[in-house]
Design a protein around this ligand. Sequence first.
Ligand SMILES: Cc1cc2nc3c(=O)[nH]c(=O)nc-3n(C[C@H](O)[C@H](O)[C@H](O)COP(=O)(O)O)c2cc1C
Length: 163
Amino acid sequence: MIDARAFRDTLGRVPTGVSVITTKGADGALDGVTVGSFSSLSLDPPLVLWSLDKRANCYRAFVDCKAFVVNVLAEDQSELSRIFSSKTDRPWSDLEFALAPQTGAPQFPGCCAYLECAAEAVHPGGDHTIFIGRVLRLEPAMAGRPLLHFGGAYRRLDDDPVA
Ligand SMILES: Cc1cc2nc3c(=O)[nH]c(=O)nc-3n(C[C@H](O)[C@H](O)[C@H](O)COP(=O)(O)O)c2cc1C
């Protein structure tokens, strides 16, 4: 039996980037969520994945969506991470964003990278669902510095090279 607290603490030792995944529903409603589970999956075809708690308020919006944008947050965007990881309504009217050209999902200025994706598949993953996206468009900001999450805190990349 794996103790839930120990499991969480152990996973907290795994450093991740922080992304906000956004979508625009058929009715035009916008949604978004902070995730650390974003990862590359396949080069050919170009696929990415992330996972979402089935109890999330935004769960239905992502299960029903045809496309989403991965906003890879920069080190000065922890406030965006907090907004999209709080259980409160998303304050869209107070946020600065553009709509991605192919899918209309929100893109926040100043991110490290954007990946505009078509919803390719969903797979079961315990109390989460795994979302797979086919990358339609890339927009890297090569000079951007990523926001990291490790040990329960937001962190910056330390550029000291490892020998
Ligand atoms: C750094 C960080 C990483 C997170 N990663 C995930 C994740 O990969 N999957 C997930 O379901 N929730 C993740 N969460 C929690 C969700 O962002 C949070 O529960 C959110 O409020 C769920 O969306 P909802 O407000 O629509 O319910 C993460 C939160 C933080 C702060």
